[in-house]
Design a protein around this ligand. Structure first.
Ligand SMILES: C[S@@+](CC[C@H](N)C(=O)[O-])C[C@H]1O[C@@H](n2cnc3c(N)ncnc32)[C@H](O)[C@@H]1O
Length: 251
């Protein structure tokens, strides 16, 4: 059954109405003033535009900058679950709560919040959108926030620094290129992990996903990594999209 109802605290109320798939209209009310009203379709269109239409990385980052103020509420309303899945996989793979973790393309820090709540204490973030990074900073879950892209550049990060890198909803078209996997492998310690949580649809049915798997296979053949998990989990977006989880151990 689709979610519906009201989530309320002292000053804030979110109204969720059901539709065929999931929440269809959301009113976000603070101190009795409606500050946001959007349809589910508008939010999905915004995401589809970022993933499929914008032609440059600068354009993508600008689009996230513009989304900063309502990003978390909008994602909550759409039932965004990728950060929860990422955190679940971290707990399964890396039980050591002092592990040094990098949250790449951290956005506003939703995965960081989950990790912190699960007891992880040593988390950095990397995020190219200044406005999203500022939102992430306000959540007080990261030790360092690196303002940078994962692209053709070499990151200003030491080799073999991290026990784990998480990549939640960023190995996607128009975001991190599949070829950038090599740079993430470089910054992860031997026996450390790269945890990728992505949209099954793009992983399975899009040329992007095929390129990503090709990169993984090549690094596996070269004995640089082992792919230890590739599975689908429900709830990338609740009632709407399935996640594909990829776990890579660096050799
Ligand atoms: C769908 S959001 C996910 C954010 C966050 N991981 C989460 O789950 O809430 C995608 C993020 O990827 C970032 N991004 C896009 N391209 C990137 C790149 N080449 N390098 C690093 N980050 C990138 C965007 O700025 C945005 O924060």
């Amino acid at each position: 059954m689709p979610a519906s109802g009201i989530i309320s605290s002292q000053n804030c109320r979110i109204t969720l109405l059901p539709s065929r798939y999931t929440v269809s209209i959301v009113a976000f009310t603070v101190n009795s003033r409606t500050v946001m009203q959007k349809t589910n379709q508008e939010l999905q269109d915004r995401l589809a535009h970022i993933l499929n239409t914008i032609e440059s990385l600068e354009g993508v980052i600008e689009a996230y900058d513009e989304w900063a103020d309502t990003h978390d509420q909008d994602q909550l309303c759409l039932g965004y679950g990728a950060p929860f899945i990422t955190c679940d996989v971290m707990r399964e793979m890396v039980p050591d709560k002092s592990a040094r973790i990098l949250d790449v393309a951290a956005g506003t820090g939703l995965a960081g919040v989950e990790l912190k709540q699960s007891g992880y204490t040593n988390i950095d973030a990397l995020e190219p959108s200044k406005k999203l990074a500022r939102k992430a900073e306000e959540k007080l879950v990261y030790n360092n926030i690196i303002l940078d892209t994962v692209d053709t550049n070499t990151l200003d990060i030491d080799t073999d620094l991290y026990d784990a890198v998480i990549a939640c909803a960023c190995f996607l078209p128009n975001h991190i290129l599949p070829s950038c996997l090599s740079e993430l492998i470089r910054i992860v310690k031997p026996n450390g992990y790269i945890i990728i949580v992505t949209d099954k649809e793009y992983y399975q049915d899009h040329v992007y996903g095929r390129e990503l798997q090709k990169e993984i296979n090549q690094f596996s053949d070269d004995r640089k990594i082992i792919q230890i998990k590739r599975e689908d989990r429900p709830g990338y977006y609740k009632h709407l999209k399935t996640a594909t989880v990829l776990v890579i151990r660096v050799l």
